[in-house]
Write a protein that binds this ligand. Structure first.
Ligand code: BV8
Length: 259
């Protein structure tokens, strides 16, 4: 596995809520996941927001406070190092690493990840619910707690909405394009996702179509487990640092071996 990472020219990493689990961010479908306490259709759809914006903002305010107390874990740190060009200078991991995340917690951003596509947006960004011309582009607001509640658009003073992609909403076309392009890779890692939510869950199939070597990192089996080449069972915060160590060891050995 580590040798494959070293030999690859392009590595793409798709992450889901499991990569932030070790940081204390609740997942969605796990035993204590968010969807155990709440119904996604009541909170993560534009219909739910239209029906009760205060309730939906209360839920996002609670999630923002929770995430604000969390920090990137070892999985985020390894992924950030791999995505930065300095990783290639050490001969550890190829220069071209693309990170596609479904997570809205921005922990990959806080870990310094480059070449990052946030497929489902960010819990720290907002846009104008009424889609006024200036407010259609998201702005960042990291205030915890939120004030005023619910937040207003700074341009038209209308209602603001979380700049996340809700169920039934299309992902940004540019993000979908980048993700499909990134699926044309040598190694595709799907890390910490139940592989249920589309179109993100379709990317591992796209990668296989391009002949990528596909690897899943997850303590449990998922909808993708039977189609990947290798399913590594365990936590991302353990497996990724171990893979990084092996890749460094392997790269070091190659550097020492006289040609
Ligand atoms: C769309 C943002 C077009 C909000 C989220 C086929 C094609 C296209 C669409 C669909 C389709 N079939 C169905 C659909 C509709 C829908 C969908 O996929 N529904 C599912 C439920 C069947 N898709 C959409 O609506 C998408 N839009 O396609 O537009 C369109 C337009 C109109 C009508 C139809 C189509 C939009 C999807 C985005 C929704 N927004 N979030 C917010 O977060 O508030 S989705 C939400 O789920 C999160 O973003 C999350 O990232 C995502 C996926 O969940 P996971 O990340 O996988 O998290 P989960 O808890 O499920 O799993 C965690 C995993 O981690 C587990 O496996 C666990 O074992 C593992 N784990 C735990 N600890 C660790 C670990 N792994 C590693 N290490 C650990 N330590």
């Amino acid at each position: 596995m580590a040798a494959r990472l070293l030999a690859a020219r392009r590595v793409t990493i798709l992450t889901g809520a499991g990569v932030s689990a070790a940081s204390g961010v609740p997942t969605f479908r796990g035993p204590d996941g968010l969807w155990r306490q709440y119904r996604p259709e009541d909170l993560a759809t534009s219909t739910a927001f239209a029906r009760n914006p205060e309730l939906v903002w209360e839920w996002y305010g609670w999630r923002r406070a929770k995430v604000a107390a969390c920090h990137p874990n070892a999985a985020h740190t390894v992924i950030a190092a791999w995505s930065a060009s300095e990783a290639a200078e050490g001969g550890r991991i190829p220069a071209d690493v693309m990170v596609l995340t479904q997570n809205v917690d921005d922990l990959h951003l806080r870990a310094g990840t480059r070449r990052l596509v946030r497929l489902h947006g960010s819990i720290w960004e907002m846009s104008c619910w009424g889609r006024c011309s200036a407010g259609a582009s998201p702005w960042r607001d990291e205030n915890v707690p939120l004030s005023p509640m619910p937040p207003r658009c700074p341009h038209c003073r209308g209602l603001a909405r979380p700049a996340v992609v809700w169920f039934g909403e299309s992902l940004r076309a540019a993000d979908v394009e980048s993700a499909i392009d990134a699926a044309a890779c040598d190694v595709f890692l799907t890390v910490g996702t139940s592989a249920i939510v589309y179109p993100a869950a379709g990317l591992v199939h796209e990668a296989r179509r391009h002949g990528a070597f596909t690897v899943e990192i997850n303590p449990d089996d998922t909808a993708a487990s039977t189609i990947v080449d290798v399913a590594l069972h365990g936590g991302a915060e353990q497996i990724l640092p171990e893979l990084d160590r092996l890749a460094k060891q392997d790269a070091g050995a190659r550097l020492r071996r006289p040609e």
